[in-house]
Design a protein around this ligand. Sequence first.
Ligand SMILES: O=C(O)c1ccccc1N[C@@H]1O[C@H](COP(=O)(O)O)[C@@H](O)[C@H]1O
Length: 211
Amino acid sequence: MFRTRVKICGITRAEDALAAIDAGADALGFVFYPKSPRVISIEQAANIMSMLPPFVSKVGLFVNADAAEIREVLACCPLDVLQFHGDESAEFCASFAMPYMKALRMRDDLDLSAAIRSYSAASALLLDSYKPGVPGGTGESFDWQRIPSNIDIPVVLAGGLKPSNASAAIAACHPYALDVSGGVELAPGIKCAQKMTEFITAIRCADRRED
Ligand SMILES: O=C(O)c1ccccc1N[C@@H]1O[C@H](COP(=O)(O)O)[C@@H](O)[C@H]1O
């Protein structure tokens, strides 16, 4: 049975990180984007990461950050994957010599095939909704039928996911992983243990149905 992976993004509190892992999350996202309501300091993130058990991926999210800022985070936080959610070039993303995901915002005129070719060295492509002026964490979904079935890089689906639409998202495009932030929150940056459990339970049910 294929197991759709789950990333819970926008962790700012240790108790939420541990609740996400208890619920079955495979990866936790830490937002190092100063304008996000879910931004976390390097010190806070390092402290939370020091409490985590092994075998949970720690993902650092950046939006058009300088290489120096990213290196400062990497010096203190044991990140497994970088998530680039801005206009970073493929060369920039690859320059840290570690696994990365490139977020592609699905604006109507996006040439998805060209973007996939550009970021062919990415470990995964994260497909998110497009909302002008907002780089991510929009809480809005996009038309999942726009995702071609033949992408040969793992697809992480994001944008407006929540317990009530996780199953439909999997049925629509069979992604490698779902990435959620706002859909499992009580308030920006404050996760809800019950919603995280409901989200991951819905995914496991969908996985069984797809088998
Ligand atoms: O979460 C944020 O605040 C954020 C800010 C800037 C860029 C990306 C951000 N989060 C990512 O956005 C998507 C979708 O989030 P949501 O579930 O719709 O709230 C997800 O990949 C987050 O990692």
